[in-house]
Design a protein around this ligand. Structure first.
Ligand SMILES: C[S@@+](CC[C@H](N)C(=O)[O-])C[C@H]1O[C@@H](n2cnc3c(N)ncnc32)[C@H](O)[C@@H]1O
Length: 226
């Protein structure tokens, strides 16, 4: 047990990151995300994040079995040094010091209750993170997408917002929170509402479109009686 608390983490926001020149940096998630982790994670939870830092500490403090996936070797040192300095038990923390796009495809772990996507934000990495993590999440699990002000995060958020398996449970500037309500399924493009709505659709494709999209397109393609 440790005396260091989630509220102390929020109050102090330690600099766990480093700029290229070695100077201190802090690219941590917002206080709202830290509080969300504190509220929804716990000793019974199995959790994962791409990227690492303040959020990793929040998951560890919650008592979860936590997996963090990130490429920078220095973060192993800053994270473990911080946890040890504060006397925080890190026996359930698993650090995977590998870029997520290399680690996740063959990851043996599954059954995640909470996942945070906050690693590389360049195209297509957040989509890969989602693709490989979503299939390993429990139904009822929570997915946090951070930095949705960046185009990649924004597309992922909007895409999931109209997928029936996902429910947007909270949305704040920069972060979206989803619950997985049905098992992850592979779909071909015409069953993905967001993909259809951003595509050039020929009348021949209309019969194959998802019901909700058909409803939206009907006024465009329904020329009968006009
Ligand atoms: C915005 S920071 C994450 C902040 C962290 N969630 C926190 O609260 O401190 C972005 C993180 O992405 C990590 N990163 C960069 N490229 C990555 C990749 N290809 N796979 C996984 N993580 C990556 C960096 O190590 C950095 O920790």
């Amino acid at each position: 047990m440790t005396a260091f608390t989630q509220e102390q983490l929020i109050a102090t926001r330690p600099n766990l990151h480093r700029h290229g020149d070695g100077s201190h940096a802090n690219w941590g998630v917002s206080d709202s995300v830290l509080r969300y982790i504190a509220k929804h994670s716990g000793p019974d939870a199995k959790t994962i994040e791409t990227g690492a830092g303040l959020s990793s500490v929040a998951f560890v403090l919650s008592g979860a079995e936590h997996h963090a996936v990130f490429p920078e070797p220095y973060l192993v040192e800053t994270l473990t040094a911080f946890l040890d300095d504060k006397g925080i038990d890190r026996s359930r923390l698993h650090l995977h010091n590998v870029p997520s796009q290399e680690f996740l495809p063959a990851m043996p772990e599954s059954g995640f209750d909470i996942a945070l996507i906050d690693g590389e934000h360049a195209f297509p990495i957040p989509f890969l993170d989602w693709y490989y993590i979503a299939r390993r999440m429990k139904v009822g699990g929570l997915l946090i997408i951070d930095d949705t002000q960046i185009w990649t995060g924004q597309v992922l958020k909007t895409f999931l917002s109209v997928e029936p398996e996902w429910r947007l449970v909270w949305d704040i500037y920069g972060t979206s929170f989803f619950r997985l309500e049905a098992p992850f399924v592979e779909k071909w493009w015409a069953k993905q509402a967001y993909t259809v709505l951003h595509s050039q659709i020929t009348p021949q494709a209309v019969p194959y479109l998802p019901e909700p999209v058909l409803g939206m397109l009907a006024p465009i393609y329904d020329t009968e009686g006009k």
